[in-house]
Design a protein around this ligand. Structure first.
Ligand code: PHE
Length: 341
């Protein structure tokens, strides 16, 4: 019996030497130290032995089990250390590597341009006034001095909805009437930004939706000199503090006189290049003195009050600034385009 115990112990220890991972180690443990292991069975059989042998065998079994437990513990520790060393060797971290950048969101180029425009006008005392995108024919045209069938309406190709007289605004100018009716007879200095819609063929130069920033100043003794000075001050803040501007006569039914403002081409500085189509100038906005009829429609007496208004396209300004050739890129949702800003 004692020989048997001795042999089992020797076999177990020998086998343990070859155990190379935790999984095999646990199997070994069950096999030699588990409840139905041979040493366990010998212990359970003690009661059948005669009393002379019992203490001898009992002590031997317990010693063998203790020896195996001890060998198990130290082998387990060895395996753990070996595994740690292995992972240190093969999975070494280079803590000096730069981290992986998180994808970062950003503002749409149209929004960036809009915010720049807001900031400049804010410093000149102009408040942002928000006005509706779904308009009536009355506000979009009639109150702006364009009765039905007026030929000037041809400048704006309109999206009508099925309800008669309701349309998507083709410009931000109807907002002029909304502010005036709300504020009359107080003086006004506001900009009116927002989305406009036109029924147009999609080309590199036109989109069916685009932003505009309208501006309106109404008060006593506002003159064309104020318009020129204020818009030139804006252009110098928006583009370059030395940029030259010029005003060309134009026609809008809701302003009189009307003009378009150009800035000197910032690419060729007036020399002539592809961006300015060899004119040396870039058209930036339409403007003019608020037409007496429009003032009256807004609730102001044109004998006492005067004002100027202007309208610019932020996408167009961004196109000039960044040399973007196709306006459709703004709403095409192409990340390759958007990520450049
Ligand atoms: N509403 C005009 C347009 O859409 C621009 C404009 C605004 C012109 C205000 C004069 C005054 O083209």
């Amino acid at each position: 019996m004692l020989d048997r115990i001795h042999t089992v112990k020797e076999i177990a220890l020998k086998e343990l030497e070859g155990v190379a991972d935790q999984e095999l180690l646990q199997a070994w443990r069950v096999k030699y130290l588990g409840r139905s292991a041979e040493l366990g069975e010998i212990l359970q059989g003690l009661k059948d032995l005669d009393s002379g042998q019992r203490p001898l065998v009992g002590r031997e079994v317990n010693q063998a089990k203790a020896a195996l437990e001890k060998a198990y513990e130290s082998h387990e520790a060895e395996l753990r250390i070996a595994a740690l060393e292995q992972s240190l060797r093969y999975e070494r971290l280079d803590v000096t590597l730069p981290g992986r950048p998180l994808p970062q969101g950003r503002l749409h180029p149209a929004t960036q341009t809009l915010r720049r425009i807001y900031a400049i006008w804010a410093k000149m005392g102009f408040q942002v006034y928000r006005s509706r995108e779904v308009e009536t024919d009355e506000y979009n045209f009639e109150l702006l001095n364009m009765p039905a069938h007026h030929p000037a309406r041809d400048m704006w190709d309109t999206f009508h909805v099925t309800e008669p007289g309701i349309l998507l605004r083709t410009h931000t100018s109807p907002g002029q009437i909304h502010v005036m009716r709300e504020r009359a007879p107080e003086p006004i200095r506001v900009i009116l930004p927002g989305m406009c819609y036109r029924y147009e063929q999609l080309t590199a130069r036109s989109e069916i939706q685009f932003n505009q920033v309208e501006g309106l100043a109404v008060g006593r003794r506002i003159t064309f000199a104020d318009l020129k000075g204020t818009l030139t001050a804006f252009a110098r803040r928006m583009f370059d503090r030395h940029v030259r501007t010029r005003f060309r006569a134009q026609h809008f039914p809701f302003t009189e006189p009307s003009a378009e403002m150009d800035i000197e081409c910032f690419l060729c500085l007036g020399e002539g290049c592809g961006v300015c189509k060899y004119t040396g100038w870039l058209e930036i906005l339409g403007c003019g003195m608020v037409h007496p009829t429009v003032l009256r429609n807004g609730g102001y007496d044109p004998e006492v009050f005067s004002g100027f208004a202007f309208g610019m396209g932020p996408e167009r300004i961004a196109m000039l600034r960044y040399n973007i050739e196709d306006i459709r890129l703004f709403w095409g949702n192409d990340m390759r385009f958007l990520e450049q800003f």
